[in-house]
Every structure is written in structure tokens, then in C-alpha cells.
Design a protein around this ligand. Sequence first.
Ligand SMILES: NC(=O)c1ccc[n+]([C@@H]2O[C@H](COP(=O)([O-])OP(=O)(O)OC[C@H]3O[C@@H](n4cnc5c(N)ncnc54)[C@H](OP(=O)(O)O)[C@@H]3O)[C@@H](O)[C@H]2O)c1
Length: 316
Amino acid sequence: MPRKGFGTLDAMKLFFCEGLIFQEQQHDESPKTGSRRITVVFFQGKKVFITGGSSGIGRAAATMLAGMGAHVWIGARRQDLLDEALEQIRAAANSQEQRFGSVLLDVADREQVSRAARQVLDGMGGLDILVNSAGIARPGYLHELSDETFDSMMNVNFMGTANVVRAFTRHFMQQCSGSIVNVSSTLGFMGIFGYSAYAASKFAVTGFSDCLRQDLLPYGVRVSVLFPADTDTPQLHFEEQFKPPETKAISGTIKAVSADSVAMALLRGLAAGRYHIVPGFMNSLTYYAMRLVPWLVRMVIDADLRKARRQLEADT
Ligand SMILES: NC(=O)c1ccc[n+]([C@@H]2O[C@H](COP(=O)([O-])OP(=O)(O)OC[C@H]3O[C@@H](n4cnc5c(N)ncnc54)[C@H](OP(=O)(O)O)[C@@H]3O)[C@@H](O)[C@H]2O)c1
């Protein structure tokens, strides 16, 4: 039953969200056999390094890759989480020939990144695919975010991605092959209330990747950008506690998708050589709407914002 005050915009959102849930269930439960086979063949024997591979989307991708016969190295800051993830990744392997490992690194620290890059190249004897999934998110009112929090998002999400890419660029140029995937976000192509620092860092990842794509094109190295929407991971759970009510009103009707479905979209997009990989139906709709009718998207989210502000005023 439509609730009180249910308007055309709500109806549009509900329609599209239901569509998203339906699509995601299809995606999770019945992957097309043909395209899955192509994806498996593409990754067999590939050497892959994933930053942020100890949790969430990165860990899901690492585990799937192990099941597809790839050699996988993961990197992050917490050793205990790396060990736990590595155990899961090893257990998913389909051959004894596969090699796995982990490196401790803070992607925001250039020295640690270059040390880790040497470890990865020595450990695997090369690198075919680099996935930059390490990231942090902390929403909040712009005037309330501390300087340290504000800066950390740019330092980890953008500078961290750039540091890791730059540490491997010469390797890829000399090899004249390979793929790099940078994980951006829906907030890397549209901004909403409460995500100023995070969205800026993810827009930076998108812009950086645009140039990188051309920089590496002459060397036969492919670049992709992944734009996940809300994904059920520890990061999303952490964010929830800091979301201002206005942010919840704008993004509240979007149901989080599983890390596995996002990781599968990433691997399929990568195997298909796609530049922009946008997982999920609703997310794709938002992506195209932002390109074709950005004023309509702004109209919808501004209406949500006004409604949330009225509610807040009524509550105080
Ligand atoms: N979940 C979502 O709704 C969502 C939506 C859009 C985009 N994304 C993006 O997707 C990527 C993965 O996010 P997730 O949701 O999978 O998050 P997650 O489960 O929290 O995983 C984040 C990973 O990054 C690592 N990491 C964080 N800061 C790091 C640093 N400074 N140096 C090295 N590693 C670091 C974490 O390990 P340590 O903490 O041990 O270092 C962890 O392995 C991020 O870039 C995120 O912004 C997520």
C-alpha cells in the first residue's frame, strides 16, 4: 500500500529499486554459463594483485579469482585480516600450481607501496592484473568532519590508488600487456549530501583513470573503473552510523547488493575489456541518467533533501 505522502518521485524510485533487486538476484543465482566460461578462461594462470583484498569487494574478487585458476596476492594494513582472507582464498584454489600471498601496506604511504610492489613482483614473478580496491568512507556534515578525516579520504582513496598505479606503471609499460582496475563509486560520478570528502576522492579516481587509460593505451595495457553502489561490506556498516538523516533520506531506498555480485560484475567487465563497469540495474540507470538528464537526477535528490529537512524541523 502506498504510504501517506507517496508521490511520483517515490513511485519512480520504488519501481527502479524493485528492478535492481530483481536484477541482482538474477545476477547472483543464475550467472550465464557462456559468459562465465569466458571469464574463467580469461583469468586462468593470470597473476593478480588486489589492494584491499582482505575484506569486502576486494576479498570477494580475490576468492573468485582463486577459483578461476589465477595466482593472487592481496595487500592491506591489518595482518590478522590478511591471514584470514588468505586462508579463504587458498581454500578456493582449483590447482596446486597456483601461488598466493599477502603484503602489509598502507596505500597512502609511498615507501610502503614501492616496497610492497617489489614484494609482489618478486613473489609472483610478474603481474598481469592490478585491482585497486583499498578504500575508506566516512560520511558526515561537511562542517563537522575533522581535518584529519577529510584529508584521509583523499590520501587513501585517491592518492593511495595513484601511488599503487605509479609503483607498477613501468612494469606494465615494459610488459606491453595487462589490466588495471580502479575502484571508484557511484559517488565518483554523482555527489550527494554528506559525502563531500569521499565523493571528491572518488571523482579524483575517475578523472585519474580517464588519463591513465590514454597514457597506457599505446602500451596495450587496459584500464577499467568500477562504480559500485551500496554494497554489503564492513565499510558500508561502518558508514551507516555516521550518515546524516538527509543522506539516509536520499540513499535510503537503495538496497545494498552483495560483495559477490559486485566482484562478479568486476571480473566479467574486466574479461570483456569494458572501461566503465557499473554493477546493478538501478546503478546503471543512475549512471546513464547522470549523463543524459542530470537535471532530473538533481530534481529527485533535491526533493528527498527538502523532505528530510522538513521532517527534521518537525522533529525539533
Ligand atoms: N561498500 C560499498 O557500499 C562501496 C560502494 C562504492 C564503492 N566502494 C569502494 O569499494 C572499495 C572496497 O570497499 P569495501 O566496501 O569492500 O570496503 P571494506 O570491506 O572495508 O574493505 C576495504 C579494504 O581496504 C583496505 N584498506 C583500507 N585502507 C587502507 C589503506 N590505507 N591501505 C591499504 N589497505 C587499506 C582494508 O584493510 P585494512 O583496513 O586492514 O587496511 C580492506 O581490506 C573501496 O574503494 C570503497 O570505497 C564501496
